[in-house]
Ligand binder design. Structure first.
Ligand code: NAD
Ligand code: TDX
Length: 333
């Protein structure tokens, strides 16, 4: 992989992936294609070796721009998306455009140029599990998305699979669990609570707080994606996860403890409509077939480092805080 396009490379996971590639794969050139929506930040790419990273400010729905970039690249790793469930409930329309129409635009370019295409998706396409269910999601789990966000991600997965089966586009897909780490937008659960505490606001917990998410450090997501890009079987889906199931209230109490606050120093707020109860990933296919394993499996340590990153980088998030909280206040969350 000498030359790759990374869509959404100025967002949370995409930018961490770009840094990971530049640090670990010295022969690879990266072209970032990103529209810099509210979730994208050019600063996320500061420190990248500019001789090996080109930034293109543009939209994945722009057919001519996408065509030109695909004409020159060996592969595309497609992270760009509208990614936040709560936003998708308030206004689904940009999710349809970017997640569905945008993925279609990229697939058509991959078809024309025969470009290797890796699609980044989410465990949320499989719906949710009961808290007491011993099962975890596998590649065979039925699609059962609950939210406008996850249904558009499911739609994009189906497009990618169809472009493989019908046109033979050389694709792979991965569906990953909840990521945490530096540079995650402060609308998301962990950074929202950290930056609330740093702003003198009380953290906010939805519903009964018992919903479970399966946390993975963003650098483990990056290493898994690279492994699939290099060695994955074409047409195949791989689930990515690191056995990190935790209830939201447990995660919040860990944040409160590390930040020196009391265990009950938070507010219970209105639940998310359609709120998925539990996600849990069985990643044995990826581990068995491709030999991948996660490195950052100490969640408490990863959480401490993440909290420290938000303390050290207040200028990165401060200007977004008021507007983000105003959006939540409008839905009593
Ligand atoms: P993010 O919201 O932080 O970043 C998305 C990026 O895409 C931003 O830089 C934004 O500017 C860009 N973008 C949005 N619309 C665009 C468009 N039309 N054209 C070009 N660029 C556009 O998202 P994230 O959390 O980093 O998620 C990245 C990918 O990973 C998404 O596909 C998401 O579904 C998937 N995913 C996320 C998680 C998670 O825990 N965050 C878990 C599994 C899968
Ligand atoms: O303030 C909050 N309080 C709260 O209790 C927020 C923002 C969230 N929550 C809950 C909702 C979820 O159960 O925390 C959990 C995590 O919420 P999010 O960070 O919004 O993540 P989630 O909805 O689980 O989706 C994430 O993981 C899968 C990503 O945002 C998706 O892009 C990814 O596909």
């Amino acid at each position: 992989m000498k030359s790759i396009i990374v869509t959404g490379g100025a967002g949370f996971i995409g930018s961490n992936f770009v840094h990971w590639v530049l640090d670990n794969k010295p022969d690879t050139q990266v072209t970032v294609l990103d529209a810099l929506t509210y979730a994208g930040n050019r600063e996320n790419l500061l420190g990248c070796d500019e001789a090996r990273m080109r930034f293109v400010h543009g939209d994945i729905c722009d057919v001519d721009l996408v065509d030109g970039l695909f004409a020159e690249a060996d592969a595309c790793v497609h992270f760009a998306a509208e990614s936040h469930n709560d936003n998708s409930i308030a206004d689904p329309s940009p999710f349809l455009r970017t997640n569905v129409q945008g993925t279609f635009t990229l697939l058509e370019a991959a078809r024309k140029h025969g470009t290797r295409f890796h699609h980044i998706s989410t465990d949320e396409v499989y719906g949710d599990l009961a808290l007491d269910d011993p099962k975890r999601f596998t590649e065979e789990s039925p699609y059962r998305p609950s939210s406008p966000y996850s249904s558009t991600k499911a739609a994009s997965d189906h497009l990618v699979r169809a472009w493989y089966r019908t046109y033979g586009v050389p694709v792979t897909l991965s569906n990953c669990s909840n990521n945490y780490g530096p540079r995650q937008h402060i609308e998301k659960f962990i950074p929202r609570q950290i930056t609330n505490i740093l702003s003198g606001l009380r953290p906010k917990l939805y519903g009964d707080g018992r919903n479970v998410r399966d946390w993975i450090h963003v650098d483990d997501h990056s290493s898994a994606v690279w492994t699939i890009l290099e060695n994955g079987a074409l047409g195949e889906t791989y689930l990515i996860g690191a056995d990190g199931e935790r209830s939201n209230i447990d995660v919040l109490r860990s944040i409160l403890e590390v930040m020196g606050r009391g265990a009950d120093d938070f507010d219970w707020v209105k639940d998310r409509p359609g709120h998925d109860r539990r996600y849990a990933i069985d990643s044995s296919k990826l581990r068995r077939d491709l030999g991948w394993s996660p490195e950052h499996t100490n969640f408490d340590e990863g959480l401490r480092q993440t909290i420290q990153w938000y303390i050290d980088n207040e200028s990165w998030w401060r200007s977004e805080k008021e507007a983000t909280e105003a959006k939540y206040a409008a839905s009593a969350q």
